[in-house]
Write a protein that binds this ligand. Structure first.
Ligand SMILES: N[C@@H](CCC(=O)N[C@@H](CS)C(=O)NCC(=O)O)C(=O)O
Length: 211
């Protein structure tokens, strides 16, 4: 049995989106961040980091959105190409883009806005850090913009989990009113029209995060 914990966030959306791309039958446990639901004793036993998303697949407990997306594709979509085959050059490029999105567009940049703008009552005001994070995002995103200028895929010639990582992050940037080029907006619109995105989004965003 597969369970995916988490909702309302871009990171949890990544896990639900891949599960829907694969047509998996799974149990969604829609708990939100900042609601106290990640701090219950039961949830902390599952993830002592107190964070979503979390995947349970029988005895496996897996955290980190990119790891979950990749595990699901590897395990349940071997022939779909949604995650390139291990030990291939495409897989190396897939890994590169996933690391890039997580570090350069998420942790170092948008998450700084989340902490020091949305949640400044908890993490403190840091206007200089917020400005630097927006500038850093704008600089790094030019690389992704160039990568999708010829084909609307980050890796090879088809949609993969790396596109799930990037599109969910672009949607997050849009929600924060960070400007994006027409190319990135068109790329995002193309992939958010996928039925799996729509289905996963209805689920993931049926709850709200706390403040
Ligand atoms: N690197 C992790 C980040 C996970 C993360 O920070 N999740 C946030 C929500 S987006 C969370 O669970 N926060 C818990 C809380 O603040 O209560 C991933 O990509 O999965």
């Amino acid at each position: 049995m597969i369970t995916i914990w988490g909702g309302a966030s871009s990171r949890s959306m990544r896990a639900h989106w891949m599960a829907h791309e694969l047509g998996l039958d799974y149990v969604p446990k829609l708990i939100g961040s900042r609601t106290g639901e990640t701090q219950t004793q039961a949830f902390r036993q599952l993830n002592p980091k107190e964070k979503i998303p979390v995947l349970e697949d029988n005895t496996l407990v897996l955290t980190e959105s990119a790891a979950i997306v990749t595990y699901l594709g590897d395990t349940y979509g071997k022939d779909t190409g949604l995650v390139p085959q291990p030990y291939s050059q495409l897989r190396a490029l897939y890994n590169q883009w996933n690391s890039f999105v997580q570090m350069e567009l998420d942790a170092h940049t948008l998450y700084v806005l989340r902490k020091h703008r949305d949640l400044s009552h908890l993490y403190g005001e840091a206007p200089a850090a917020v400005d630097a994070a927006i500038a850093g995002f704008q600089k790094q995103i030019t690389v992704a913009d160039a990568a999708i200028s010829n084909t609307p895929f980050l890796v090879g010639d088809q949609f993969t989990g790396a596109d799930i990582m990037l599109v969910t992050t672009l949607k997050w940037a849009m929600a924060y009113e960070v400007s994006l080029t027409p190319g990135l907006q068109a790329y995002s619109a193309l992939h958010t029209a996928r039925p799996a995105y729509r289905q996963a989004g209805r689920l993931n965003f049926s709850i709200s995060a706390g403040a």
